[in-house]
Write a protein that binds this ligand. Sequence first.
Ligand code: SAH
Length: 306
Amino acid sequence: MNGIRWLEIAVTAPAEAAEAIAEVLSRYVPHGVAFDYGPVPADEADWERPPLPRDTFTVLAYLPMTPGWEDARQRIEEGLWHLRQILPFPPPRFRVLEEEEWSEAWKAHYDVLRVGPFVIQPTWRRAELRPGELLIELDPGMAFGTGTHPTTRLCLQALAEWLRPGERVLDLGTGSGILAIAAVRRGAGWVWALDIDAVAVRVAEENVRRNGVSDRVEVTQGSLSEALARGERFDGILANILAPVIRQFCEQGWGALLRPGGWVIVSGFLCGEQEESVREALANAGLTVCGRWVEADWVALGARRE
Ligand code: SAH
């Protein structure tokens, strides 16, 4: 896209509203949304300490000002107005950016990020690695999974704690491939990364190649049914999607893919009702919840097949 202008939409709101705001914005913008809560200091991302509570987020999105953008802006304002009747937060802030300013602004929100032992480096940045740190190099393209979303970070923390060297892992809904690459960096023997979205599959493949882990990660377009059809066993399954999709995986019998004692790490939902529904589904699928990671209102659960 050459020389077009972009409308930056910034909404600052309490944590419990951030997900709903992100949902409204992401319907209209091509590159997804960024959650900005200031820089995350490395020691704060240490998974052995409880995370500090964070009360306010800024959700940022960039709308290309191509024909029809005024309609999109109008619909965004309406969507946010409706949300503000339920969860009060200040009106959105708008700023027009030239193409170059946009690419700088966008990249600024995808800076180097440290989560547990992982250092996630966007392709346009160079990170200094400290001893023991594990590098993940990412070009998020148009796929989800940059590490800026709390649920990705929760999965990375959980993975760092639970994964054992040599394990075989299934990554359902791989997005940018971030969790699959992290698993290999942490010693996984082999990862099968699946996504229903063709764009995600292409982006994940590129990221896998960029990180030099093609020999240990296979990327395929598909979902649980493809995995069930192949009839392989795994030590662990990762799924950072949404509560209804995870419940569906439970109903489809994904536990059968795990060796006894194998684990699942799931995220993509909020504390409260959504979490309860996932816990119930996991239990019905013969999986015992024995791990929980929380950031703001988002949660990840870890469960094992007995
Ligand atoms: N694993 C990455 C990306 C999570 S976003 C991370 O943790 O950051 C969720 C991804 O799941 C998206 O890329 C979406 O395309 C994919 N997805 C959604 N429903 C799916 C399904 N039923 N089966 C497989 N992938 C799915």
